[in-house]
Ligand binder design. Structure first.
Ligand code: SF4
Length: 71
């Protein structure tokens, strides 16, 4: 099983904050929960659907193929 399978949307969400404890376990904390109590701070994984999901911009995704032109 890949991380994508076991974590789901949070893995690529711009709101996620990963927390690793001393034993090396990684937890996925939802950053939206800080300002919106409708989101669980530690959502049960995998998250397959989420109304707050926003894809994180990929670091290498800038400058190519995104000119902003609409026509
Ligand atoms: S907004 Fe949804 S997908 Fe994004 S981190 Fe929070 S629970 Fe995960």
């Amino acid at each position: 099983m890949t991380a994508r399978d076991s974590v789901g949307l949070c893995l690529t969400c711009r709101w996620v904050r990963t927390v690793t404890n001393r034993r090396g376990s990684t937890f996925f904390r939802c950053g939206r929960a800080d300002t919106d109590p409708g989101f669980p701070r530690y959502p049960p994984l995998p998250v397959l659907q989420c109304r707050g999901y926003e894809p994180r911009p990929s670091p290498e995704g800038t400058g190519r193929g995104q000119t902003g032109a609409v026509h």
